[in-house]
Design a protein around this ligand. Sequence first.
Ligand code: BDP
Length: 680
Amino acid sequence: DRSYACWLQVERIGEPALRDSYARRCGEIAVVGEGAVLHTAADELAAGIAAMLGDVPVRTAGQPRYARHLLLGKLQDLPAEIRVSLADAESRLGEEGYVIKTCGDRIVLAGNTDRAVLYAAFRLLRLMACGCGPEELSILDKPANGLRMINQWDNMDGSIERGYAGKSIFYRNNRIVDDLTRVRDYARLLASVGVNAIAVNNVNVHDEETRLIDRHLPDVSRLADVFRAYGIRLFLSVNYASPVQIGALETADPLDPGVRKWWADIARNIYNAIPDFGGFLVKADSEFRPGPFTYGRDHADGANMLAEALGPYGGLVIWRCFVYNCLQDWRDRTTDRAKAAYDHFKGHDGRFKDNVILQIKNGPMDFQVREPVSPLFGAMTETNQLLELQITQEYTGHQRHLCYLVPQWKEVLDFETYAKGEGSTVAQIASGALYNRKYGGMAAVSNIGDDLNWTGHLLAQANLYGYGRLAWNPSLSSEEITREWIVQTFGPDPVVADTVSRMLLESWNIYESYTAPLGVGWMVNPGSHYGPNVDGYEYSKWGTYHYADHAGIGVDRTVRTGTGYTAQYHPPRSDEYESLERCPDELLLFFHHVPYTHKLKSGKTVIQHIYDSRFEGAERAQGLVEAWRSLRGRIDESRYNQVLERLEEQAEHAKEWRDVINTYFWRKSGIPDALGRKIY
Ligand code: BDP
């Protein structure tokens, strides 16, 4: 089944001229230098090129026998005459940047580290797959973000929190699996798009997972070996109460000397086993997870203690800002979950040690189909930050619905915070560039499991691919990323490219329109977060989200009359959101409570928008089915059928969304549909 190879299909190149042109330079791969990652690069190239060129024997050697070859290695190890021609590159590439340069009949792939060479190798394979000729290659590329991380929410019993593509590829029966072939194949996929870090267990660290830092260390070290060969550093999520739960201490108080020593010992053991261990990812004092609050300490105390333990080895503490009181009473209108992260962390700016990074979800709530950008971006100047995205489709259709998230992430990355005037985008803040921070980047919750096609919905592979590409270069456009993915996944057929590209690029908007437009969010079944349920969370302790009554809907988060959340933004954003007139339609109900008869900028009333968007959304979901059907015969049957099945299910389910929501609001408001359509 071809779905397993994702975007690394390595098809034989169809065009003879292009194939010859590569064949002329690629029959021999000359590797200068030693090292596991460099060898990975050479092996990937050898396998990929052999498959793409069909019958060209590929020889990997230290010294080239012929003048025509691929040459790869660290810049410093290359022959002097080549180094000279790349002299200006050396200082511009940093640790992970690379050059690909055609010098006559030779193609040189080089960087300052082996990892950079690996990225160059995958780039060359991508160029070949995308039909780009080798004649005049002159590429210098380096990542915008230092950390490009994946978070697995895998549990050791083999389940995955919010996983929609089967079971864990890492764990079974409270152990790390013996056969790591699948993990290796995953590492390849990740490295091919430039991912360089992974936390391999769920942020909610329970029983057995707590012991990854001691009892399971030998197995964790096996995992680290697999990822290391692909240039990826391994991190672990840790349980803040570990000293009590597995260490027989009576406290986990970060200021207690016994606790500090306990973690220092743990760190030493880990680094003995895994010298390049990345560090800890921590969810503390949130959703019933333990943390420093128990001891009257704050987040900075908590994070700094762990940072001190890891510091001597170059380890990092990634501390999550997804902190809010999940038992807050919905009767109290002054509390607002959206304000929580900012309120908890802003005051600690400047107090975190240099090797602490705060990981901030893109929105202030929780990965809804649309939220404003978290105001914590731009609120701290002296703190390392990491943007957290969710690739797994928790609130966006469980990988049963098509929802391509790259356009959403682009909006987040390009969002102008005005923290330091214009140009203060989230991309600039997360990378560390705006405030000149040492560490920064992006992290995202993975969408893979042990389904043969990795992601359940085959087209959801594009989300994983797109995340990696954006983490490397946030200024790529959605369209570019989408094209690349399609051509590598399905080949060069322009009809496939056009159709699939349109489907992907519209899918977020389609999903939003039949589920929760106007920024309202949350109308899902509690617990599973799948399927329509307008009041599912409305009267629960976890928060109140739409405040719909007979007269109107939306949450008043203004300073003037509401929760005051808009003040967490810098002007002019704060003014824009505060103003009913200026607030963008797509976020209106996030910021304002309005009557159903309120007129949107589009000219429609809110109630009419509620009806129209559901009718249109359901129709457009059906349109996705038709679009895919038009590709019959252009895509192999197995992949064609698996996608078709999901799209058909989505189209049916979109009707359920339409009917449940429209009926609810018709009854609630008593206002009929202006077009007189049937509402059940
Ligand atoms: C929410 C999920 C929950 C996670 C939590 C988190 O519903 O399963 O544990 O986020 O990010 O989206 O910690």
